[in-house]
Design a protein around this ligand. Sequence first.
Ligand SMILES: C[S@@+](CC[C@H](N)C(=O)[O-])C[C@H]1O[C@@H](n2cnc3c(N)ncnc32)[C@H](O)[C@@H]1O
Length: 195
Amino acid sequence: MNQVFLVLYLVKKMTAIYSPSEDSYLLSGILKEQLPKLLQKNPDLKFLEIGAGSGIHLETAFNLGIKKENIFSSDINSDSVNHCNLLGFNCIQSDLFENIKDKFNLIIFNPPYLPEDKNEPKDSKIITTGGKKGNEIIIKFLKQAKNYLKKDGKIFLITSSLTGRINFFDFDYKVKEIGCEKLFFERLCVWELIS
Ligand SMILES: C[S@@+](CC[C@H](N)C(=O)[O-])C[C@H]1O[C@@H](n2cnc3c(N)ncnc32)[C@H](O)[C@@H]1O
């Protein structure tokens, strides 16, 4: 009986971590395209992922040659943090930049970007819902992120066509679309932002 509870507990824990999906694979593809160029310019590149989830991008960053000691990450979800630590990465629990102290050459974020769906369970909401219009967490991120960029640092950020309006210029970023994907019900884009 105890074993049944243990299995149920572990399954519940596992579902609380975002499983890599189309948005993750889009960002992964961008990292594979962009990181070799960035590493050529700066082999000592310092990398931060906000909202690391399953750690998919930490693995990619490491496999592409970023030194492990230069890979930093965080998540608001303690299960993701524990999971990424078990994978051997430096990951701390933090609401956006709350517990981040340093500055980085590259910050990436595949945020919760969907508008609130009242029927969605609470534990999956924290992974997918970016507030009432879907843009609240992104806007908070944009206000904070520039303070954590080194000179010439960049941000790669995902948004969806379902996300409420975001004007990057309001936050003084130079912006370039570096990859998009059309899905059945939405279009996802990765933006490169420079402060
Ligand atoms: C869409 S998932 C992306 C996970 C992973 N990076 C990927 O691409 O597969 C969003 C992640 O952001 C985390 N998250 C949500 N709100 C956050 C916040 N305020 N600060 C830090 N992480 C947050 C979630 O727990 C989740 O792991």
